[in-house]
Ligand binder design. Structure first.
Ligand SMILES: *[C@@H]1O[C@H](CO)[C@@H](O)[C@H](O)[C@H]1NC(C)=O
Ligand SMILES: *[C@@H]1O[C@H](CO)[C@@H](O)[C@H](O)[C@H]1NC(C)=O
Ligand SMILES: *[C@@H]1O[C@H](CO)[C@@H](O)[C@H](O)[C@H]1NC(C)=O
Ligand SMILES: *[C@@H]1O[C@H](CO)[C@@H](O)[C@H](O)[C@H]1NC(C)=O
Ligand SMILES: *[C@@H]1O[C@H](CO)[C@@H](O)[C@H](O)[C@H]1NC(C)=O
Ligand SMILES: *[C@@H]1O[C@H](CO)[C@@H](O)[C@H](O)[C@H]1NC(C)=O
Ligand SMILES: *[C@@H]1O[C@H](CO)[C@@H](O)[C@H](O)[C@H]1NC(C)=O
Ligand SMILES: *[C@@H]1O[C@H](CO)[C@@H](O)[C@H](O)[C@H]1NC(C)=O
Ligand SMILES: *[C@@H]1O[C@H](CO)[C@@H](O)[C@H](O)[C@H]1NC(C)=O
Ligand SMILES: *[C@@H]1O[C@H](CO)[C@@H](O)[C@H](O)[C@H]1NC(C)=O
Length: 202
């Protein structure tokens, strides 16, 4: 009985360690793991598919939306990643984190990304800012056939690490164009392909 119990615990430990070892870190454009608190630009993986990710003033009022620069602009606002688990210093596949824009405080509100409610104009769930204390803040990096460029990274909203048995209407982050403005929104089937470029190389 005691031996069986120990065996079960051992097996469980081996499986837990194997699961951890299976997970890959997400890499930036220089091949280094994405690290907590470090600034990165999020850029399209495909040239001319819009520009760097930024805050978008959609309607002349706060809070701002999350979107993309035009393909030919030179802008973009860097982001930082905060993994949900306090002890995780790098971003791993399928692990939840929050994303914050660095340094644009025009709205005097949180610049943490979150999934908004169904927007009446676009009939989509857009990515907004303004609130950093909800399950709607938690994303992870996805790789797989849903990412519209084979072998590249996409983002997925799904806070399943925070609540493994909850049912969420999860989705991939894709880009829609409203009157020429590129906005991020939740798509059931496809993710916009991106890369992460580290800004301050130490
Ligand atoms: C994106 O950021 C890079 C800096 O890494 C800059 O050189 C480039 O012009 C920006 N591109 C766009 C389209 O905003
Ligand atoms: C912040 O972002 C908004 C929307 O893109 C822009 O209008 C504003 O100039 C930015 N402010 C700063 C300080 O970068
Ligand atoms: C734009 O702002 C106006 C006035 O604040 C508001 O009534 C309208 O719903 C907003 N539209 C969008 C698309 O957010
Ligand atoms: C970017 O520049 C190219 C070449 O100058 C032009 O064909 C294209 O329309 C421009 N794209 C945007 C979004 O302004
Ligand atoms: C920002 O908002 C906080 C409350 O949320 C307020 O106390 C503070 O005065 C505001 N700052 C500015 C510059 O408006
Ligand atoms: C959430 O946002 C508020 C307002 O910007 C900020 O004061 C607070 O430190 C943020 N909390 C976290 C955990 O990031
Ligand atoms: C948003 O609402 C519209 C109109 O009610 C509906 O057609 C659409 O399916 C909804 N979209 C989402 C993502 O819930
Ligand atoms: C993506 O790569 C996989 C494996 O290399 C391949 O089976 C699949 O057909 C590719 N899909 C596309 C759309 O290129
Ligand atoms: C986009 O354009 C349509 C048609 O011109 C207009 O009704 C709508 O208000 C515009 N949306 C925004 C957010 O500016
Ligand atoms: C999801 O993205 C795909 C590819 O960009 C597009 O064909 C499809 O219409 C999108 N679905 C929704 C509901 O926007």
């Amino acid at each position: 009985m005691k031996v069986t119990g120990t065996l079960v615990i051992c097996l469980w430990l081996v499986m837990a360690i194997a699961a951890r070892a299976d997970m890959d870190p997400i890499l930036d454009t220089s091949g280094q793991p994405l690290s907590r608190g470090v600034e990165y630009l999020i850029k399209p993986a495909i040239a001319n598919d819009g520009g760097n990710f930024t805050l978008v003033d959609r309607n002349g009022s706060c809070p701002y939306y999350v979107g993309q620069e035009d393909a030919n602009s030179t802008g973009g606002i860097p982001v930082t990643f905060s993994p949900y688990m306090e002890d995780e210093t790098v971003v791993m596949e399928t692990r939840n984190f929050k994303i914050d824009f660095s340094g644009n405080l025009t709205c005097n509100q949180s610049t943490t990304w979150k999934i908004g409610d169904n927007d009446t104009m676009t009939e989509s769930r857009l990515i907004v800012t303004g609130d950093n204390s909800t399950l709607q803040n938690y994303f992870y990096v996805h790789t797989g056939p849903e990412v519209l460029l084979n072998g590249s990274y996409g983002l997925r909203w799904c806070p399943s690490q925070l609540c493994p048995y909850c049912r969420f209407d999860c989705g991939y982050i894709n880009v829609l164009i409203e009157n020429g403005t590129r906005l991020l929104y939740l798509n059931d089937t496809s993710a916009f392909p991106i890369v992460f470029e580290r800004l301050n190389i130490l």
